[in-house]
Design a protein around this ligand. Structure first.
Ligand code: GUN
Length: 281
């Protein structure tokens, strides 16, 4: 029987730990505030933003909500970010992505002070992570590392294969696995003999964005499979990049979708907010 890695339970445990830390900081007179900015009203973004605010409320972090209209200009958004950068009461700034097309996402990410970049998207955060220096870690990959560690899965010396090379997941995921002394391969759309590569993996992280792409013949017997994908199927149900039903009997451990990696992203965002406040003490 495969171990089903319960991301919901592990995220709940992390949030409870953070709730305690937040209460202790409060006793010392340190309050934590996260500014959450959404431009426009993309329905999926609204769900994510609501979940982030709910997590803040649970832990005891104040969320400062900025719901800006779709037609907000880049200059207006930059002005708000500058104001929040300068506000010592604000520990973290999050701009929910994607932003509308007339706004340059890279410019926005660079405008957020690295000290408040709780998403870990700023080039300074990515650079610091790559050379093992202090900085905020990108939340989803950091969540995957926590899932593995808290499930008793060792990374050191293991063959780790990351499918996908996005800036938000694939690349930072590979860097973090490397930092844990994994032997890391990244695959992408131009990779040849993909199945041969993925079948070498002791730890396979699927972040390629294709529903149920990873079938039984991509996976080695006894591997650990982490599914970062999330897709809405025609029947309304959610699925990941991995064909769970096909793969589950072959593996040592696997994350479900939903309830695997997803809840960890918010837990790690909350962790970054608490860390940001701790740095001010
Ligand atoms: N859009 C999808 N995922 C994320 C995330 O982790 N952070 C932000 N800011 N936007 C997103």
């Amino acid at each position: 029987m495969a171990q089903i890695i319960d991301g919901k339970a592990i995220a709940a445990q992390i949030k409870d730990e953070l709730k305690e830390k937040t209460a202790k900081l409060k006793e010392k007179g340190v309050a934590i505030a996260l500014a959450v900015i959404q431009v426009g009203n993309d329905p999926a973004s609204s769900v994510y933003v609501r979940n982030k605010k709910n997590a803040c409320a649970y832990i005891g972090i104040q969320s400062l909500s900025y719901e800006l209209p779709e037609e907000t200009s880049q200059e207006e958004l930059l002005a708000l970010i500058q104001k929040l950068n300068a506000d010592s009461q604000v520990n973290g700034i999050l701009v929910q992505l994607p932003v509308p097309k007339h706004i340059d996402e890279d410019v926005i990410i660079r405008a957020i002070s690295p000290e408040k970049d709780v998403d870990g998207f700023h080039p300074a955060s990515v650079g610091a992570m790559s050379i093992g220096q202090k900085g905020f870690l990108s939340c989803t990959p950091a969540g995957v590392i926590q899932l593995l560690k808290r499930s008793g899965i060792e990374i050191e010396g293991k063959e780790c294969v990351v499918l996908g090379r996005s800036n938000i997941v694939g690349k930072p995921m590979a860097m973090l696995l490397l930092r844990e002394n994994g032997t890391v391969t990244i695959t992408h759309s131009r990779t040849r003999n993909l199945k041969e590569v993925t079948k070498r993996a002791d730890i396979l992280v699927a972040a390629l964005g294709k529903p149920k792409f990873i079938t039984e013949d991509y996976v080695k017997e006894g591997a650990v499979v982490i599914d970062v994908g999330i897709h809405r199927q025609e029947d309304g149900k959610l699925c990941g990049d991995v064909d769970f039903e096909q793969v589950v009997d072959k593996v040592h451990a696997i994350t479900p979708v939903p309830g695997g990696v997803g809840p960890m992203t918010i837990a790690m965002l909350m962790n970054n907010c608490v860390e940001s406040a701790q740095r001010t003490v």
